[in-house]
Design a binder for this molecule. Structure first.
Ligand SMILES: Nc1ncnc2c1ncn2[C@@H]1O[C@H](COP(=O)(O)OP(=O)(O)OP(=O)(O)O)[C@@H](O)[C@H]1O
Ligand SMILES: [Mg+2]
Length: 551
């Protein structure tokens, strides 16, 4: 074997040309053919390698390379055929043939299992069809992609629009949340305001069932807790006021939508009445004005009422004192007034006794004398009754009364005093005078003050004219004006108001209360009192009073 290898390249055999007998036509036919085959066989592997490198995707491309090796080996055997024509290196030629054989067998062996696989490969027609289908699919895919792209961009636009809308609504929502928060804060503040108010603040349904009452309100009427609050609102009033509420207040509330005035509430525990200044109104729906509930904001005016009553009492007391003092000053003339009928009674009594002694024929004269005595006694008793009434200290009581009558009564009281001072009194009283609503004693006091002031203004020594005119006039359909006009010293036309100041007096024995008390009384009756200087001598004091519509 080592000898074989050692002599692998030695040309110790007879060259193949001898077999051709060196006949040129045979020799060159073989050499030329083998040369062409070798060239072709060497070209084929190159083409295959190039092909395989270019088409790496082809299945079984290693098979092409194997074919390349096998064909290259075949080409080399043909090259050796040319070589051995002139050189007897048959060992080398044999080795190359053996290598070619191995490559051929390997290729054949590898090819056999490959055949079914190769057969399974799609045919060009199939590939063409598949290709066409694929192209179709690609076209469809492209179309679908186009549509998809369109849809996507449409979707994108929609998403953008929706996002913008969403942003807008979020902004609106945030604004609304802010607004709602503010409203909540406001309603919290309002609730705290209501809860901490010292007023009675309550809400009731349109049917009148109380639904809410703040703490102060509950304390005011003696309720504990919301459960006790929810009763009909009539329950809050004393029973005797409920009819008035239902017949007067409620209809006027329904008509006007609001009611304001004084009313009494009831303490649920003690049943005491509580004077209140009440404002009732409807809570309405802002947009439609629809009535939703009834509400009240009311104030306990017990303290104010008490103060008013105390003041009233003080004024009444003062008026009483001044009345007493005025009447005290008039004592002499009043005594005279009473004394006169008493003296007449005595005279008539004596005369009757004297007449009786004459027997039966004088009985008619006695009867006449007794009639006179009775009427004198009644006159005296009338004067005393008036004085007693004036001296009484009672709370003022307003009744419908005729001012003309009141003037006559006052004049009767002052008649003695006026006569003593030589004052000429005249009255000009309207016949159609309507009654006024007033306190008889108080109005008498006003008239008496004005009459006595008038008398006093004309009381100076040597005063010639002493005229006092008292008149009533219907200056307006619902008003009567009373004027007391004197011919006295007169007043300062620039400053008549000064006379009404409390304690303003120009008289030695005066207190300066008459006019101020009179003004208070007149104003408490809803009227006015003022003074004007006369064109001639003296002054006129006038006051108005509203007429009563009670009858
Ligand atoms: N008719 C009148 N003419 C002129 N002056 C008058 C008249 N009436 C009142 N006055 C003036 O007004 C003053 C106040 O009158 P008022 O009646 O208030 O008090 P008075 O008469 O002085 O005292 P009294 O309290 O006793 O009545 C009087 O002092 C007087 O100066
Ligand atoms: Mg006076």
């Amino acid at each position: 074997m080592s000898e074989f290898l050692a002599r692998l390249f030695s040309s110790d055999f007879m060259p193949h040309g001898h077999c051709y007998l060196w006949r040129p036509e045979i020799l060159w036919l073989h050499v030329f053919s083998d040369g062409v085959i070798t060239t072709a066989y060497y070209f084929i592997p190159l083409a295959l390698v190039y092909f395989v490198r270019k088409r790496k995707d082809l299945p079984f491309n290693w098979m092409f390379l194997l074919f390349g090796v096998f064909i290259f080996a075949c080409g080399t055997t043909h090259l050796m055929e040319i070589w051995t024509v002139w050189n007897g290196t048959y060992r080398l030629a044999g080795v190359i043939k053996a290598i070619t054989a191995v490559a051929s067998v390997g290729t054949a062996l590898a090819l056999v299992p490959l055949i079914p696989q190769a057969l399974a490969l799609p045919s060009p027609a199939q590939l063409q069809a598949a290709n066409t289908k694929l192209e179709e699919e690609v076209r469809e895919r492209l179309q679908a992609e186009g549509a998809l792209e369109e849809a996507r961009s449409e979707l994108e636009t929609k998403v953008q629009e929706r996002t913008a809308e969403l942003a807008e609504s979020i902004e609106a929502l945030l604004a609304e949340i802010g607004e709602r928060k503010r409203a909540e804060e406001e309603s919290r503040q309002l609730a705290s305001l209501v809860e901490n108010s010292t007023d009675f603040i309550g809400v009731a349904s349109l049917e009148g069932k109380a639904t809410f009452l703040n703490r102060s309100g509950q304390v005011m009427v003696g309720l504990d807790g919301d459960g006790q609050v929810q009763v009909n609102m009539l329950e809050y009033l004393p029973p005797e006021d409920r009819e008035w509420f239902q017949e007067d207040v409620f209809p006027s509330l329904q008509r006007d939508g609001t009611w304001e005035g004084e009313m009494r509430f009831r303490h649920f525990k003690t049943s005491a009445t509580i004077p209140m200044l009440v404002h009732i109104f409807f809570i309405k729906e802002p947009a439609t004005d629809r009535r939703l509930a009834l509400a009240t904001i009311s104030r306990d005016i017990s303290q104010r009422k008490l103060a008013e009553e105390t003041l009233q009492k003080a004024q009444t007391d003062l008026a009483h004192i001044t009345r007493v003092s005025t009447l005290g000053e008039m004592a002499a003339s009043i005594a005279h007034e009473v004394n006169q009928p008493l003296a007449a009674i005595v005279t008539n009594g004596n005369a009757s006794l004297h007449l009786l002694s004459r027997g039966a024929e004088a009985l008619d004269d006695v009867r006449e004398a007794i009639d006179c005595m009775i009427s004198d006694a009644m006159r005296a008793s009338e004067v005393i009754k008036r004085i007693r009434a004036s001296l009484k200290n009672v709370a003022p009581q307003k009744t419908a009364l005729s001012l003309n009558e009141t003037i006559e009564e006052t004049l009767a009281l002052a008649a003695g005093e006026l006569a003593r001072s030589q004052v000429q009194v005249r009255t000009k009283l309207t016949e159609s005078s309507q009654p006024v609503l007033g306190d008889r004693i108080q109005l008498q006091q006003v008239l008496l003050n004005l009459i006595l002031n008038g008398k006093e203004s004309m009381s100076g020594p040597g005063w010639q004219q002493r005229d006092l005119v008292i008149s009533t006039e219907n200056t307006r359909p619902d008003e009567i004006t009373v004027a007391v006009r004197d011919s006295g010293s007169g007043i300062d036309p620039q400053n008549p108001e000064r006379l009404f100041d409390t304690f303003f007096t120009t008289k030695e024995a005066g207190i300066g209360l008459g006019l101020s008390i009179s003004r208070t009384i007149v104003e408490a009756h809803g009227g006015r009192l003022w003074a004007t200087a006369n064109e001639g001598a003296g002054a006129t004091f006038q006051f108005t009073l509203p007429t009563s519509h009670e009858n």
